[in-house]
Design a binder for this molecule. Structure first.
Ligand code: M6R
Length: 613
């Protein structure tokens, strides 16, 4: 799971390659490198710079080359799969000083290819699966093939996923790209042609793109872009003009993107709702022109997602089933690897911030092949693969989310899902009055979110009690159990404290044994029909010497004492309360991570968009 950006232009390309890599850093940030076509005094045709760590480190390493006039280059940011993040394993990889290559994806049959190439005399300098491709392309060139044919015959030998950019030292004005299973866009510029893992990397030079499909190969030569399929037959892809702006992704006054994104939630929620509700109801057509005709026939919903998005799906299950629509939720990596009994008229709903999560994309494909009737994506990136591959779409409109820990993507997913619940369940048990009540709550949601965020300093004051802890438990019931799960995920991913969530009723079936004065227990306590049962669970923790931190509705009537600290959250209607109750947990995790001094926006071992299985 990596990012690539490549450029052939009539201008120097190094600044664009570095800027592009910074935009793609969400895809991986273990190590990064650049190869420029730039003949060196020692006879090398490529100037290659690679460094372990963030793009900023690569940028410093390239400081002396800032004035490079090279007008062709390829660049890569890596999330290690095969081989540790070392200089040797960092891309671009080069074969015999003649071919340079960057790769996003995983080559499953690399070992066999590697053995063959070693037998043919090639010496490997990395442990990566990628290096087989660059040597194989070199071997094909030595057999007399042109670069395009060499790339074609190489990719035909591959099993797995790839998006590659390739340069040949003998053809300084040419770059070839190819993809299968990993995303790739081709930027159409006035001054050249470009390749990248996504459009954001190239917005400073173009807004016009071809979005390549599996098996496509692109040949960019002297400003001309030619697209073919894997058999080198010309293919046509429509020009897609991106509406993304480069500005929204800037940090501004905030210390971290995560904090900025938490603070943006009220606006993001307002944007998600805008133009989708009117009077007392959710508008028809929010997911596409004919959505009501389709929704009226539905008999079941199958939600598929990963991580934070999966937890949003678990909340939505409560909502769908409350109003009569059967709903299953499954982690995408599990869904994609088993057989399915397909319910009649079942809508597959994929949830994803990025729209590029490979397991979610894979699961959607499996679902369609298994015979599920229709697909709908709730997604934040309009130009993503998931959006392109779904029948219907409901965009979350959170704006760019850069912090690896999802915050505004989650709350806007929940708001979008609540709109979807209305659009679907009014054909089931959701009455007009109930829909009107939900719409009223949704209208109040952005202001309520802003109110909770404005109390950030109160949540900051709680963080100290976690800073010396190794473990924490999170408890919730009903639609707030997934909120406990998401709160635990936030804490563990950015503070590295081991945090687990339990349905509060499960506590007595095992996890209670863990409770002592060193195990903080966080509970989410909205004022709903499950509150009395939750209070019993809280008492059970206190009786074992545990320390409780309870985020409770103003009207929940739970007493503060020395073992139970109550943080009162605005009184809020039960249906939207999961969207409000996650906010203090996001802020708590953020401030614990600050104390622990972790890299909040880029926690170790993670990446924003998970494009490997
Ligand atoms: O882009 P997606 O929503 O498909 O990503 C799924 C997960 O990788 C993601 O939600 C992850 O769990 C969060 N970044 C964690 O905060």
């Amino acid at each position: 799971m990596c990012g690539i950006v490549c450029a052939v232009s009539d201008k120097p390309v190094l600044p664009l390659l570095i800027e592009g890599l910074k935009k793609l850093e969400y895809r991986g940030y273990d190590s990064a490198g650049v190869a420029l076509y730039d003949p060196q005094p020692d006879g090398d045709q490529f100037a290659r710079t690679r460094s372990v760590g963030r793009i900023a480190k690569l940028e410093s390493a390239l400081a002396k080359k800032q004035d490079s006039l090279s007008s062709a280059g390829i660049a890569h940011t890596r999330w290690a799969t095969h081989g540790k993040p070392t200089q040797f394993n960092t891309h671009p990889h080069v074969s015999s000083g003649k071919v340079a290559l960057v790769h996003n994806g995983i080559i499953e049959n690399y070992q066999g290819l590697r053995d063959e190439l070693i037998e043919a005399g090639y010496v490997f300098s990395s442990e990566t699966d990628t290096e087989v491709m660059v040597h194989e392309i070199h071997r094909q060139l030595s057999l007399g093939h042109d670069l395009l044919e060499a790339v074609q015959s190489t990719v035909k030998k591959l099993r797995g996923a790839y998006a590659i950019g390739v340069m040949n030292a003998d053809e300084p004005r040419r770059i070839i790209g190819a993809r299968s299973g990993s995303p790739m866009v081709v930027g159409i510029g006035d001054n050249g042609g470009y390749i990248a893992s996504d459009m954001s990397a190239l917005l400073s030079v173009t807004h016009d793109f071809y979005v390549l499909e599996d098996g496509d190969i692109v040949d960019i030569q002297d400003g001309k872009i030619t697209l073919t399929d894997i058999n080198l037959k010309p293919v046509k892809r429509a020009v897609f003009t991106s509406q993304q702006s480069d500005e929204a992704a800037k940090l501004g006054e905030y210390r971290h993107y995560m904090l900025k994104e938490i603070h943006e939630q009220h606006q993001a929620l307002a944007d998600t709702l805008e133009g989708r509700i009117s009077g007392t109801h959710v508008l028809e057509g929010i997911c596409g022109a004919d959505d009501q005709a389709l929704f009226s026939q539905l008999e079941a919903i199958q939600i598929i997602a990963c991580g934070t998005s999966y937890y949003a799906g678990l909340v939505a299950k409560h909502w769908f089933e409350k109003y009569g629509m059967p709903c299953q939720v499954e982690i995408a990596s599990e869904f994609r690897s088993r057989k399915h009994v397909v319910p009649n008229n079942c809508l597959v709903v994929t949830l994803s911030q990025s729209g590029e999560t490979i397991d979610t994309l894979g699961a959607l494909k499996v679902a369609m092949e298994a015979g599920f009737a229709h697909s709908l994506s709730v997604c934040n990136v309009p130009e993503s693969s998931l959006v392109r591959e779904s029948d219907l779409v409901l965009m979350t409109r959170a704006g760019p989310e850069i912090g690896v820990a999802s915050t505004k993507a989650f709350t806007t997913q929940l708001a979008a899902l609540l709109l979807l619940v209305c659009a679907v369940c009014r054909h089931k048990n959701l009455s007009e009055e109930q829909q009107a009540a939900i719409v009223t709550e949704l209208r109040e949601l952005p202001a309520l979110a802003a109110k909770v965020v404005s109390r950030a300093s109160e949540f900051e004051a709680l963080a100290e009690q976690f800073s010396d802890k190794q473990h924490a438990l999170f408890l919730g019931r009903g639609s707030h159990y997934p909120i406990a799960m998401e709160g635990a995920l936030k804490l563990k991913e950015i503070s590295y404290i081991h945090a687990e969530a339990y349905a509060a009723g499960e506590l007595k079936h095992g996890p209670l044994a863990l409770v002592d004065e060193n195990m903080p227990v966080v509970a989410v306590a909205p004022n709903n029909s499950l509150l009395e049962k939750l209070k019993v669970n809280i008492e059970a923790v206190k009786a074992r010497g545990g320390k409780m931190l309870v985020f409770a509705d103003e009207e929940a009537d739970i007493e503060n004492d020395k073992n139970c600290q109550i943080i009162k959250i605005t009184a809020v209607d039960n249906i939207i309360s999961p969207i409000i109750f996650i906010i203090p947990l996001q802020l708590l995790a953020y401030y614990v991570a600050l104390i622990k001094g972790t890299d909040v926006d880029k926690p170790r071992n993670l990446a924003k968009s998970v494009t490997v299985e």
